[in-house]
Design a protein around this ligand. Structure first.
Ligand code: AP5
Length: 294
């Protein structure tokens, strides 16, 4: 899938493509022209996928062949936010599986720095141990680099746990990264603590488990599961305080594109709500584009 800030294409439609000749166009041949502004984006898995030649069918008409297609289409850009253990990472697994976006989790990037023993990692750990936000000097650059990566640019991105302050939102905007949708997971506090203390991670696959709600499938996996250093009841309370202090400032930056999701149901129930919002977003984008088949 490719991306760009604008889209224009011309399609030649013929009721009998085999007879088409460049020197003498057939009577049924027509030209379609589409354009879109740089302020919105498109999702290429629908109507106009990466192919350059596509058959369209209609129940009452002979099949048409579209010769020529979109030059380039912008992919989805999604943010997901919520309190500690609200289920961001869990939902990101499901979203990326269905929509193929690149998952960029600020917390994961920081833990990778800690594991690598870098100077940034050492500084980050001091703040994470106290449940505080890691300074912007470290986080902003890290996230920007991942967003600029060729995979994120090509496939679209799913930003998890960033931004967490108005300064981070502003920095992102200044770098030219604007999301299509801001998903906020809402989960009551008593559930959050239970989710944190029961969370386990598979270091081999990166999959997130919960001892009660999402137990490992085999004994072998169970034996290798690890716990996060900040997943204690004491530390999650500090992380929650930090979340409450900052969440309103971040929400105010994205209120026009925010969808609030009830995050206390099962992970499939939560995903159904998110999936509905993403499907609606795609439908809107297709509506703006217009459909070739219409
Ligand atoms: P980060 O790693 O982002 O932690 P967090 O925001 O506290 O969120 P979690 O990863 O703990 O939870 P989650 O919402 O992903 O839940 P999960 O799906 O795993 O950040 C860690 C630290 O890094 C921060 O405290 C901060 O210091 C620093 N940091 C990060 N971003 C930063 C930024 N932008 N700026 C500055 N500093 C930053 O689910 C949790 C558990 O619940 C799992 O066991 C799961 O199986 C279970 N579960 C999930 N959904 C359900 C469900 N529906 N039903 C039952 N169980 C469920």
């Amino acid at each position: 899938m490719a991306c760009c800030s604008s889209l224009n294409f011309t399609a030649t439609i013929s009721s009998n493509p085999q007879k088409q000749s460049s020197s003498s166009p057939l009577p049924f041949t027509s030209h379609l022209s589409f354009s879109k502004s740089s302020s919105s984006s498109l999702y290429s898995h629908h109507t106009l996928s990466g192919t350059h030649c596509k058959k369209l069918s209609h129940p009452n008409a002979a099949p048409f062949l579209v010769l020529g297609c979109a030059r380039k289409i912008e992919p989805l850009r999604i943010m997901i936010s919520g309190a500690p253990a609200s289920g961001k990472g869990t939902q990101c697994e499901l979203i990326t599986k269905k929509y193929g976006l690149v998952h960029i989790a600020a917390g994961d990037l920081l833990r990778a720095e800690i594991a690598a023993g870098s100077e940034n990692g050492k500084q980050a750990k001091e703040h994470m141990d106290k449940g505080q936000l890691v300074p912007d000097e470290i986080v902003v650059t890290m996230v920007k680099e991942r967003l600029n990566g060729p995979d994120s640019q090509e496939k679209g991105w799913l930003l998890d746990g960033y931004p967490r302050s108005s300064s981070q939102s502003i920095a992102l905007k200044e770098f030219g990264f604007q999301p299509d949708l801001f998903i906020l997971l809402e989960v009551p506090e008593e559930i959050l603590v239970e989710r944190v203390v029961g969370r386990r991670l598979d270091p081999v696959t990166g999959k997130i488990y919960h001892l009660k709600y999402s137990p490992p499938e085999t004994e072998e996996i169970a034996a290798r599961l690890t716990e996060r250093f900040d997943d204690t009841e004491e530390k999650v309370k500090l992380r929650l305080q930090t979340h409450h202090k900052n969440v309103e400032a971040v929400l105010s930056m994205y209120k026009d594109i925010t969808v609030k999701v009830k995050g206390s149901g099962s992970k499939q129930e939560v995903f159904a709500q998110i999936d509905g919002a993403l499907t609606q977003l795609l439908d809107q984008k297709q509506g703006k584009l217009g459909t070739v088949a219409a």
